[in-house]
Design a protein around this ligand. Structure first.
Ligand code: MLT
Length: 263
């Protein structure tokens, strides 16, 4: 087993499609710990994407498509040919890239606090600037200000332990991973048409949004849900990091997606 692919939960002998969780930027698979703890009955894999966690040294060419290929290969190495793949934010971008290049792998898809659109030119330029600064003197400090946008005002006011944990993880983010991921995200393409194809296959889908998400809008989520033929699940009082801010209802929504995919 690759050391950046982490297995949890219950694995019956006949499992052919686990739940695979993909983390947001610039975190790693640890962000799913509490969600996973709520799903002990499911076969779950949490992956460190290239450049992060135990995959800090992984080299993958080709932007988010390269991340998706590396994921498909890592899962195949685990004997996993199909999975319910759920990603938060950057993890969602990778899930959508996987849906484009390896659609047969998907038994279901979960898109949490993410968007299917490409970046506007200013956002792209900002990402390339952050990438360059991460590789310079600033290192991981370049992502520290993200904390303001990552959690919603309710979490900022009432859940200091979540803010402290996130601050610690931002400080630990590998500079090379920050740079690679920012460049990959800057180059990403619009994937609404990919979601429409999944929708026409009636693939079990979840679109979930923290109601206070400041980085992916309600409109972003509505468009994804419409393409997939589903509704948006809203987590009230959570921001962009819904899975960290309010893990219990997020786990419940993922469990429900999994059961739909199994049926
Ligand atoms: C994330 O949480 O993964 C990031 O906000 C993704 C992004 O920068 O678009």
């Amino acid at each position: 087993m690759s050391d950046f692919v982490h297995r949890y939960g219950t694995w019956p002998a006949s499992t052919d499609a686990p739940l695979v969780l993909l983390h947001g930027f610039p975190l790693d698979s640890r962000m799913w710990t509490t969600v996973i703890g709520e799903l002990p009955e499911l076969p779950v894999i949490a992956v460190d994407l290239p450049g992060f966690g135990k995959a800090s040294d992984a080299e993958t060419p080709g932007g988010l498509e390269g991340f998706a290929d590396a994921l498909a290969q890592a899962l195949a190495d685990e004997g996993v040919q199909r999975a319910v793949v759920a990603g938060l934010s950057m993890g969602g971008y990778v899930a959508m890239a996987l849906a484009q290049s390896h659609p047969q792998m998907l038994a279901g898809i979960g898109l949490l606090d993410t968007k299917a659109s490409a970046d506007a030119p200013e956002a792209r330029a900002n990402r390339l600037d952050v990438a360059q600064r991460a590789l310079g003197d600033e290192g991981a400090a370049v992502v520290a200000p993200m904390i303001e946008a990552l959690v919603g005002p309710t979490t900022a006011a009432h859940r200091p332990e979540v803010v402290a944990q996130l601050r610690e993880w931002l400080a630990q983010a590998p500079p090379a991973g920050i740079a690679r991921a920012q460049r990959a995200m800057a180059a990403r393409v619009d994937r609404h048409a990919v979601l429409e194809r999944l929708g026409s296959r009636q693939l079990p889908a979840l679109v979930l949004r923290g109601s206070e998400d400041a980085l992916a809008t309600g409109d972003d989520h509505q468009k994804m849900a419409q393409a997939l033929g589903t509704d948006v699940v809203s987590i009230e009082g959570a921001g962009h990091m819904s899975a960290l801010e309010d893990p219990v209802p997020v786990a419940a929504a993922l469990g429900e997606l999994y059961r739909r995919a199994e049926a």
